[in-house]
Write a protein of this length. Structure first.
Length: 262
């Protein structure tokens, strides 16, 4: 079964408007887009601590709430008290290190992805802040009814298109925006969130279409005829992936992927 990548676009609470979009690539991953509140003001309830040397396989960003160690995936709520969404920045704007929440490690720190024993980098900088929505999960055992692709076993991904770079590991509040359905040629789906102005849709689409080509891989393909979906569609995606997460965390869905749920 092919996997899918679905993207969601979100915008910051102040002073930007809400937009959102989703686009599928084939065989699929999913990105979502968002923008942070008050020009990327950090949510002060959550702090981070770096461990290990940067640019090494030992590097980790750990999270705390006060003095308590927490997981950014499990213990940062999806929804803020004001109804906006929390967004965790994994990859700051104009950087290339492929950082991600380690879903298989205790407390789910942020680390740099490794492939064939080497730290992973994009072939060029990503032009937006990239991260994830906490308390969401793309279930790899569930296929999308239209796209016929399954989840990528990760939280929903987020693309945030504000003008300033975020802090690696920073937690922000964001509004939902447009959703761009995309499915890259990988065996998994993924949702990402981005705040979308019309011209940014083309830029984001081209970036995610082409970023694997310098490594000799084909361009990613998009579903839904490259159509960006609206806010209602995006919120349905977020609701769907939050429900999947709740089922996983509660034990209603067996943790056959051996993810760290602590």
């Amino acid at each position: 079964m092919a996997a899918a990548f679905r993207g969601i676009a979100l915008k910051s609470v102040v002073p930007r408007a809400m937009v959102r979009g989703i686009a599928p690539l084939a065989p699929c991953m999913r990105p979502a887009g968002m923008r942070s509140v008050a020009s990327k003001a950090l949510v002060e309830a959550f702090t981070t601590e770096n461990k290990g040397a940067s640019d090494s396989t030992d590097f980790r960003i750990m999270y705390k709430a006060g003095e308590k160690s927490i997981s950014p995936w499990h213990e940062i709520p999806l929804y803020a008290e004001d109804g906006n969404l929390h967004f965790v920045c994994e990859i700051p704007k104009e950087t290339s290190a492929k950082m991600e929440v380690a879903t298989d490690e205790c407390y789910n720190p942020i680390k740099q992805d490794i492939k064939k024993g080497k730290l992973r980098f994009y072939p060029y900088n990503i032009n937006w802040n990239y991260g994830m929505l906490p308390q969401t999960w793309e279930d790899p055992a569930t296929a999308h009814p239209e796209l016929k692709v399954s989840g990528d076993n990760d939280p929903v991904d987020v693309v945030e298109i504000g003008s300033a770079a975020g802090v690696m590991g920073g937690v922000y509040k964001s509004l939902t925006g447009r959703s761009l359905p995309s499915l890259p040629p990988t065996p998994r789906p993924t949702w990402s969130t981005t705040s979308l102005m019309s011209r940014e849709i083309t830029k984001i689409t081209e970036w995610f279409r082409d970023y694997k080509m310098p490594d000799g891989k084909p361009a990613n393909m998009f579903g839904y005829d490259n159509e960006c979906k609206g806010k209602a569609f995006t919120m349905d995606v977020i609701k769907e992936t939050h429900e999947a997460y709740v089922n996983l965390k509660s034990g209603a869905r067996k943790n056959t992927e051996e993810l760290s749920l602590m």
